[in-house]
Design a protein. Structure first.
Length: 112
């Protein structure tokens, strides 16, 4: 089951959600010295967009909270692509380990 949920809030306006603390990799995230909160997952999304999917840049906005990651906008296809990419990271311990290691090697700081 995907940790990501896409909702249509009003016609043409979408919200992508991940409840923090509910993923398969939460223990790994904590082991790596991070808190698996909404702000951490925003960092994951930013990394995925900048490093792997630059065509998504600027097609949605972020509005995380401590308990939830949120991305929103009118571009449903962009949010669906982000959901697919984030699901891989949120369900694969080796993938999250690699993403965090690459981020740290490049000086990226998670805001968790």
């Amino acid at each position: 089951m995907s940790p990501m949920r896409l909702h249509e809030l009003t016609p043409g306006k979408f919200s992508l959600l991940l409840n923090a603390g509910t993923t398969d990799v939460d223990d790994v995230v904590a082991e790596l010295g991070h808190e698996p909160n909404g702000y951490f997952w925003e960092g994951v999304a930013q990394l995925l967009v900048s490093n792997e999917a630059p065509t998504l840049e600027g097609r949605f906005a972020y509005d995380p909270e401590g308990g939830m990651f949120v991305a929103y906008g009118t571009d449903k296809a962009a949010l669906e692509e982000l959901a697919t990419r984030m699901t891989v990271v949120a369900t694969d311990p080796e993938r999250i380990r690699q993403l965090v290691a690459d981020a740290e090697a490049n000086g990226f700081e998670f805001d968790d």
